[in-house]
Every structure is written in structure tokens, then in C-alpha cells.
Design a protein around this ligand. Structure first.
Ligand code: ATP
Length: 265
């Protein structure tokens, strides 16, 4: 696949496959085309050459009904949460269900409250507006909205950006819990090494308009490309299976409910 924006070639002959059930992380320097790649996968942008296929459908060839069906099988967590400031938490989360039109009101209510509790928020939070929420809570509400249609695929754009280290750890743990509970496939863009250690099964590295590395973190981190070496600088001793496993185990310790309360504004 080749992507051109304006006069610039952003990706040249790039090929990427996402495996069912995995967490694939996309990393790369600023301006390397990570967000553009995500937008291509979401059908928000078209490649100049090549194609994007998802659930057996080629995005460029789908009619509106097929595209809607495909979109209903994925959820997206945008970088800033992208909540509507005029809507309550409840209405923000309910939005994708209301767009389906024929879902009964009572079912919408039940599902919104269920998703709220799944992301560690209380029914009282449903009445709040985004301005009344902490950064960690905004991410949780945005995640609840991304999951409201029970997707099989979840896209995360910089899921921990803007969170302090403790909130970031809590949010990563929540993603991991939900991922295993819901058997999700996850594609995430991140620049945060801790988030990679915590979640990624495979890492894809964008640089020089192409993928300069793809595979398990422990293998990718060994590759000599300058961006990869800079990215993992100071983490060389940690990029091995034993460290990654013990880091993941340490994140799982302690009750989740207590840590959720710490995100409250
Ligand atoms: N609409 C556009 N027209 C022309 N160039 C664009 C457009 N949108 C983005 N670009 C350029 O495409 C390149 C890739 O942008 P993109 O946002 O995908 O990078 P990124 O890796 O996500 O960067 P960051 O980590 O800084 O968010 C950048 O050089 C950007 O300037």
C-alpha cells in the first residue's frame, strides 16, 4: 500500500497484517505516518495504491451497508477521547447504539450502565458532562463508548497519552482485563514504552515511509535501525520475555476497584 498526502509520500509499499486475538502496537517517530495508517485502516482515508481489507471486505469497495456492518464490529478510542462536550457521559456512550436506530430505550440504558461498570465507573457518573471528569475518567468513558457494540476489534490511538504514570498503569490494566474478557484484537498507536511492555504481542515500527521492523518486542528491540535503537535507549535490559512477563504480573497485582477510585476527579 502506498499513501500520498498533498505532495508527500507517507507510506511506500507498506504491507501489514493484523492477527486475530493479538495486540499489535504501531510505533514510529513524529510525522512517520502512524495516525495516517490508523485512518487508512478505519477507511477515513484511502491509499494512493493498494488496499485495506478487514473482516474479508476491501474497504474501498464496500457499499454503505457493508461499511456500516464492518464499522459496527470495531471500536475506536481516539487520542483525546473525542467525547461530545455538550452530551452527558450516558449520551456519549449511548451514541453508537442510537445510530443503529431500532434499539429499544431500555436496552440502551442497560447496556450503557453495564459498560460504565465494566470500565470502573459508577451509575452516578452517567449524568456528568465531560468537563466534570478527570483525564483518566475521560479515557474510561471513551473506552466504554468504543466497546458499546461489543466489537471484536479495538483501535487505540495513544491510549495513555496525557495520563500521569499511575493513571496510565490503571488504564493499561483495564485495557488488558477487557481485552481478555471480550477476546478482543487490538491495534494501538503508542509512543509509551511502558504501554508496549504491558500490552503488545507484536510491535510494528514505522520509519522511512515503511515498516522497518515487525515482531515481538524482544526481537524488534534488537534491530539496528536508528529509530529503534533510540526508542528503546535505556530499556535494553528490559526487552526480554522474562522482564516483560514479570512487568505484566506486577501490573495485575492489587484490587482494580481501589485503583479505579483513584481516577475520580
Ligand atoms: N492532510 C494532510 N496533507 C498533507 N500532509 C499531511 C496531512 N496530514 C498529515 N500530513 C503529513 O503526513 C505525515 C504523517 O502524519 P501522521 O499524523 O500520520 O504522523 P504521526 O506518525 O501520527 O505523527 P505524530 O506522532 O506526531 O502524531 C506528516 O509529515 C504530516 O505532516
Amino acid at each position: 500500500m502506498t499513501t500520498v498526502l498533498g505532495r508527500s509520500v507517507i507510506h511506500r509499499d507498506l504491507s501489514l497484517e493484523v492477527h486475530s486475538g493479538e495486540v499489535l502496537a504501531i510505533i514510529g517517530g513524529s510525522g512517520s505516518g502512524k495516525t495516517t495508517l490508523l485512518r487508512l485502516m478505519l477507511g477515513l482515508q484511502r491509499p494512493a495504491a493498494g488496499s485495506v481489507s478487514i473482516f474479508g471486505h476491501q474497504l474501498g469497495n464496500c457499499d454503505a451497508a457493508d461499511l456500516a456492518r464492518v464499522r459496527n464490529r470495531w471500536g475506536v478510542l481516539f487520542q483525546q477521547g473525542a467525547l461530545f462536550s455538550a452530551l452527558t457521559v450516558f449520551d456519549n456512550i449511548a451514541l453508537p447504539m442510537r445510530e443503529l436506530k431500532d434499539v429499544p430505550k431500555r436496552l440502551i440504558s442497560e447496556l450503557v450502565l453495564l459498560k460504565l461498570s465494566q470500565v470502573g465507573l459508577s451509575p452516578a457518573d452517567a449524568l456528568k458532562k465531560p468537563a466534570e471528569l478527570s483525564g483518566g475518567m475521560i479515557k474510561r468513558v471513551a473506552l466504554a463508548r468504543a466497546l458499546i457494540l461489543d466489537p471484536v476489534l479495538l483501535f487505540l490511538d495513544e491510549p495513555t497519552a496525557g495520563l500521569d504514570p499511575a493513571s496510565s498503569k490503571r488504564f493499561v490494566r483495564l485495557i488488558e482485563d477487557l481485552r481478555s474478557e471480550m477476546s478482543l484484537t487490538v491495534v494501538m498507536v503508542t509512543h509509551d514504552v511502558d504501554t508496549l511492555f504491558a500490552l503488545a504481542d507484536r510491535v510494528a515500527v514505522l520509519a522511512d515511509r515503511r515498516l522497518v521492523g515487525i515482531g515481538p518486542l524482544s526481537e524488534v528491540a534488537k534491530q539496528p535501525h536508528a529509530f529503534i535503537q533510540d526508542f528503546f535507549l535505556g530499556h535494553a535490559g528490559q526487552c526480554n520475555e522474562d522482564y516483560i512477563q514479570s512487568y505484566r504480573n506486577s501490573l495485575r497485582q492489587g484490587p482494580l476497584t481501589a485503583s479505579v477510585a483513584a481516577d475520580a476527579k
